[in-house]
Ligand binder design. Sequence first.
Ligand code: FAD
Length: 466
Amino acid sequence: MAQVIVIGAGISGLTAAYALSKAGHEVAVFEQCAAPGGRMRSQRIGGFLMEYGANSILTPAPAAERLIAQLGLDPEKVTRGTAARRRYLVRGGRTRSLPLQPCRFLLSDFFSLPGRLRMLMEPFVPAQHDDETVAGFVRRRFGSELLDYVVDPLVGGLFAGDPGQLSVCAAFPQLKQLERCAGSVVGGIIRSRFQQGAKPAVGDPGRRVLSSFRQGLGTLPRAIARQLAGRIFLGHRVEAVQHRVSGGYRVNVRRGSLAQWSTADSVVVALPAYAAAAVLCGLDERITEALVDIRHPPLAVVFLGYRAQSIAHPLDGVGVLTPAVEERNVLGMLFSSTLFAGRTPPGHIALTAFIGGARQPQLAMLKPRELEELARSEVRQLLGGRAAPLMARTRCWRYGLPQPGLDHAHRLSGIAACAAEHTGLYLTGNYFSGVSTAACIQQAFDTVQRVMEYLASPQARRRLVA
Ligand SMILES: Cc1cc2nc3c(=O)[nH]c(=O)nc-3n(C[C@H](O)[C@H](O)[C@H](O)COP(=O)(O)OP(=O)(O)OC[C@H]3O[C@@H](n4cnc5c(N)ncnc54)[C@H](O)[C@@H]3O)c2cc1C
């Protein structure tokens, strides 16, 4: 019997369990896999450091930074290498650098003249307040060229998504906010810079920093799991959550062929939407129906390690992204060894390719050898790969990232309303306020706040005394 059962030991569940336990509550975390971390897992293989899922945290991210500091991990932090200056995009089959400064961006021959003129019209486009797809929003405000060659690859890189399907309010709430408040995105950015002086402006990528740890992002979940020793149960799959007649919840947990019930006053379901749907189907079909429709197209990660001289490209950037109109077989490739130091043995480089997502879900389901071959071929064509990699590893996420569609806000409020009928039941995870690990951490802290309010309520106290 714990006060709170947390289901799932990804970064969402671990953050929630850590915060609850730090506040003095008894927690038990059940995780189906043999290791904690979920989509945040790193492994050193022969001197190369592979990230199986998340690669970096974008800061400033106050909740994530606070968590990292509380765990004493600040000395382990690494930030984007100075050589990772550029952003590359593919256009006309070539890998081209995209200028980031506004003037150079507009003067660059990356875009056609009509395309640039159309972008300059943005401040004069009337504001529209309703939600719309990312593609609809960008095409309406900036024109098709920016959509096809910048936003589409960016959405591929951030969400493994299709801008024609994603809600702009859910995926890029700041952009819609700028349009709503200032009537234009460009006008809103200029105004916020003017108002904030030296402070970072909304949507200003130049002031943001990509961070990780010396031994990869997996350092964070591993550190939390150490703090939760004795309260985290790996290899324990939760199959059902039910109300107890006497109040609180009972949770059916399976370990191998053994199934048993555990009880708690409160339950935090920190699972991806599709997994939460399965666990909650006996409790509330309405929640399950709302969760199960959130799409998670499959996404494959291919990590390749080469001798440095095997790649002609200088790899002086974060990576290269591919627009859908270019019809490539990768969504993009991170220059992992440029992004963070210490990822390879000396004289070597590492690349991480992403395949599939909403654009080409069928590709992510190919066999590991086929995925590796696709990635190697793209390295040859886009980065001048001249020799075979020394090492290659693949990881397919059968369910990749959640895709917040146009009905997402409505769906979430429906889930929240139904969940509120189950006193002491809370849901958290990457389908609420953003897929990034930073957003998951913030969401988990917010959820913990509500759990603690409930545990301190007269209703919960009466039950505890009884
Ligand atoms: C390839 C890839 C690259 C990414 N890159 C980045 C990046 O660079 N930066 C960034 O910020 N974000 C990135 N993300 C997103 C980010 O990693 C995730 O959104 C975040 O880690 C999700 O954390 P979570 O705890 O909510 O879910 P998960 O990490 O999915 O954790 C859920 C946990 O629940 C467990 N579980 C599932 N069902 C059950 C059950 N029935 N019983 C018990 N346990 C169960 C799972 O095994 C898992 O451990 C990336 C994601 C992917 C897939």
